[in-house]
Design a protein around this ligand. Structure first.
Ligand code: 173
Length: 318
C-alpha cells in the first residue's frame, strides 16, 4: 500500500514537475504555412514536440499571415519570437554577410566539419542575437522565371521581382529589380507590374504562380538557404537536455536535404506539365551567366563587409 502511494505520488509529482519544466518556444516561418519551403521546418517542429515531451515544445504561430517575412530576423533578435524558419536574404539589413549564404553550396555535414557553421553561428550570435541551429535546401538552385522571352541572356527592358538573392545579377544583366515579399508576387505578375521573378526550382505551385508564369530561365544558380534560428537568450536559458532535443532535431532536419534532388526533379516535371517552358541559351552563355552571378554577388558582399566577406568566400571555396 505504501509502495503504491509512493508510486502514485511519484507519478503525480513527476508529471507535475514535467509540465512546470517544459519550455514552450514560439515559432514562425517566413514562408507560407504548409508550402515546400516551410514543410521540413514543420516536420522538425513535429519531431521536437514528439522527442521533447515534458522538456521542450514548439508552438507554431504560422507563416507570413502572422508576421511579414522581412521582419522575422529582427523578431528573433528581439525575442518577439523564439525560433524561426527564415532565409538569410530576409535579414541582410541586420547582417549583410547573410547575402553570402547563397554562395556557400557545400552540404551542411561538411560545413559543420570545416568551420563554416561555427563562423556563421558567430555572426548570428553577434548581429542577430541568435543561435544558428540549422540550414536547409542543399542542392536546390534558384531560377529566374519570366513572362517575356529575351533573345539572349540579357534583362534589358525587363522588370524582375527580387530579394537580395537576385538583385545584383538582375541589375548586372540590365534588368530593373523590384523587391517584394513572396506574398506580393502573384498580383505583381497578374497585373504586369513585373515581367518575371526569382524563386527556387521548388515551390512555385504553393502560391499558384504556375498560372502566371510562362518561362523558366536556365541555368539554375546559387544555393537556396533557409535557416532555423533561435533567440540566443532563450537558447542559453535552456537546460542541456532541452538544447539536445533541438540540436538533434536540427541535424535530422539537415539530413532531409537528401530528398532535395528528387524533389527538384519532380518540380521540373510538374512545371513542364503546367506549360512552363525552359529557356536555355546553351552551355557557353550558361557558363558566363553562372560566373557573372557569382562574381557580382561576391563583389557586392565584399564591398559591404570586406573582412567577413573575404572569410566567407574562403570558406565557400569558390
Ligand atoms: O525569392 C525569395 O523570396 C527568396 O529570397 C527565397 C529565399 C529562400 C527560399 C525561397 C525564397
Amino acid at each position: 500500500m505504501r509502495r503504491l502511494a509512493m508510486a502514485v505520488a511519484f507519478v503525480v509529482l513527476g508529471t507535475g514537475f514535467g509540465h512546470a519544466d517544459e519550455v514552450v518556444l514560439r515559432a514562425v516561418s517566413a514562408f507560407a504555412e504548409g508550402s515546400l519551403i516551410s514543410r521540413n521546418f514543420e516536420r522538425f517542429i513535429e519531431k521536437v514536440n514528439a522527442d521533447g515531451k515534458g522538456l521542450v515544445r514548439i508552438n507554431y504561430i504560422g507563416g507570413p499571415r502572422a508576421m511579414p517575412p522581412f521582419e522575422v530576423g529582427n523578431a528573433v533578435r528581439t525575442k518577439v519570437v523564439d525560433i524561426a524558419n527564415v532565409a538569410g536574404a530576409f535579414y541582410t539589413n541586420l547582417m549583410p554577410e547573410a547575402d553570402a549564404f547563397k554562395l556557400i553550396a557545400k552540404p551542411m555535414s561538411e560545413q559543420r566539419r570545416n568551420g563554416t557553421w561555427e563562423f556563421i553561428n558567430g555572426l548570428h550570435n553577434q548581429k542577430l542575437n541568435a543561435q544558428y541551429l540549422a540550414r536547409q535546401f542543399h542542392n536546390v538552385p534558384f531560377h529566374i522565371y519570366l513572362n517575356k522571352k529575351p533573345d539572349r541572356l540579357d534583362f534589358t527592358g525587363l522588370k524582375i521581382r527580387v530579394t537580395p538573392v537576385y538583385k545584383d545579377i538582375v541589375e548586372a544583366l540590365g534588368g530593373t529589380a523590384i523587391t517584394t515579399a513572396p506574398g506580393e508576387v502573384y498580383t505583381a505578375l497578374e497585373r504586369g507590374v513585373v515581367d518575371g521573378y526569382g524563386w527556387p526550382i521548388t515551390g512555385i505551385f504553393d502560391l499558384g504562380w504556375e498560372k502566371v508564369t510562362k518561362y523558366r530561365l536556365e541555368p539554375g544558380f546559387y544555393s537556396v538557404e533557409v535557416n532555423v534560428l533561435v533567440n540566443l537568450d532563450r537558447w542559453k536559458a535552456l537546460t542541456d537536455p532541452q538544447r539536445k532535443v533541438l540540436a538533434d532535431a536540427a541535424l535530422w532536419l539537415e539530413e532531409l536535404d537528401s530528398e532535395n534532388l528528387a524533389t527538384a526533379a519532380a518540380e521540373r516535371d510538374k512545371q513542364a506539365k503546367a506549360g512552363i517552358q525552359p529557356i536555355d541559351f546553351g552551355p557557353d552563355a550558361s557558363r558566363d551567366f553562372l560566373a557573372k552571378a557569382s562574381e557580382v554577388a561576391w563583389q557586392s558582399i565584399i564591398r559591404r563587409t570586406p573582412e567577413n566577406g573575404a572569410r566567407l568566400r574562403q570558406l565557400a571555396g569558390n
